[in-house]
Design a binder for this molecule. Structure first.
Ligand code: BJ8
Length: 384
């Protein structure tokens, strides 16, 4: 079996977050505005249309949690503590450079943290409805999207024209279609790449701020992976068990879950989490009124903060079929009540489809690496 050498374009994504620090600093020096975002519900087309750079500032390391715990309760989701910790310690360059931070009323922990963050940073909070189908929620979110446009125009002293917003929708849709094409490569049996490799591109692509060159790099990586596969290069064993990961956002230290799976005879073929399929699956309708189309698209993202979370269930049902998964691993972060409670519904959903399911709870420490490995190895071992 020939071993696949990682295409060079692939490696371009591996250190994108770190390399992006300097890029953002340079962009700031050139006078660009920077917007920090926390959630998949944030309509980034508005920042793009305003000529600003947007960057995800959710943090995935335990480095600043002790500082955060001087203010926040220790029994709180590590993503919230870590992100707040990076803000107060000024250790995250993206957070530091952000002229504006946009959050949404998603879970209780995040929305209360934004109030504290507002004391030290320029924070705008969008009121996110908790349901996705009733007219009042749809109308409310549309108004929130329009309010964000006005806020950005005022803050950055720009006017977003109809052409600006339409161009932003088009280029962001292009990125989504390329990401779809990329992760859909793993529908093949065996998949052409490991989950660790897939994650590098999905996560790294968030930290590339020039959309034209990013989309070109995505095109390159897709073409190279495809060509290697067609040439018979086998990067993943045919016997590897095909795993879908769902649950809380996964990156940084929580990649320990992916490592545990892939060191135990599994291969992650799909990430349903934020940074994975759920953020790229739906396009903004380019034939509708732009802000209505943006509002409609974002509100339909499946996340446990919604009640009921039907779109997550529908997406998961589709993905387990399309990616021919052998098992589903859910990762929840400690003290994330919405995902932890929804585990019961996801377990039932998978039982009804005869798909083996396991849920693991973790945090941003490395103390549970061995325990995760034991549990996930046992899960993969029993997959037929
Ligand atoms: S769309 S997943 S990014 S809300 S912060 S809910 S882990 S307790 S991040 Fe999220 Fe938007 Fe949904 Fe995605 Fe739980 Fe922690 Fe809250 Fe969290």
């Amino acid at each position: 079996m020939a071993k696949n050498a990682l295409p060079s374009a692939f490696e371009n994504f591996a250190d994108a977050r770190k390399e992006g620090f300097l890029t953002v600093k340079n962009l700031k020096d050139e006078g660009k505005k920077v917007v920090g975002t926390f959630c998949a519900y944030t309509p980034v087309e508005i920042f793009l249309a305003a000529g600003a750079v947007s960057v995800g500032i959710c943090s995935f390391s335990d480095e600043t949690i002790p500082e955060a715990e001087k203010v926040l309760p220790s029994n709180l989701c590590p993503l919230i503590k870590s992100s707040y910790g990076f803000a107060i310690t000024e250790k995250c360059p993206y957070m530091y450079f952000a002229d504006l931070i946009v959050g949404e009323t998603t879970c209780d922990g995040k929305k209360k943290m934004y109030e504290l963050l507002g004391d030290i940073k320029n924070v705008h909070v969008m009121q996110l409805p908790q349901t996705q189908t009733d007219e009042a929620s749809i109308e409310m979110w549309y108004k929130e999207v329009l309010a964000l446009k006005e806020k950005v125009e005022k803050e950055f002293d720009v006017t977003i024209t109809e052409d600006d917003i339409k161009a932003a929708i088009t280029i962001k849709n292009e990125e989504r279609m390329l990401l779809q094409e990329f992760y859909n490569l793993s529908k093949s049996c065996p998949p052409p790449i490991t989950g660790t490799e897939q994650l590098k591109v999905l996560y790294g692509s968030q930290f590339k701020f020039d959309y034209e060159s990013k989309n070109k790099e995505l095109r390159d990586v897709i073409d190279k992976v495809k060509k290697d596969y067609e040439d018979g290069v086998e990067n993943v064993s045919k016997s590897a068990k095909r795993i879908l990961i769902t649950g809380c956002p996964l990156a940084g230290v929580t990649e320990k879950v992916v490592t545990a799976i892939e060191d135990s005879g599994g291969v992650v073929v799909a990430f349903e989490n934020c940074i994975g399929v759920k953020t790229a699956d739906r396009l903004v309708d380019e034939n509708e009124e732009p802000y209505k189309a943006i509002a409609d698209r974002y509100l339909q993202i499946g996340c446990s903060v919604m009640t009921p979370d039907t779109n997550r269930y529908d997406l998961l049902s589709r993905l387990v079929e399309e990616f021919k998964v052998d098992g589903v691993v859910e990762m929840t972060l400690q003290a994330c009540h919405t995902y932890a409670i929804e585990t019961a519904q996801i377990r039932k959903l998978m039982q009804d489809r005869d798909v083996p399911f396991i849920s693991v709870e973790t945090d941003y420490s490395t103390a549970d690496v061995a325990q995760l490995k034991t549990r996930l190895a046992a899960f993969i071992e029993m997959l037929v």
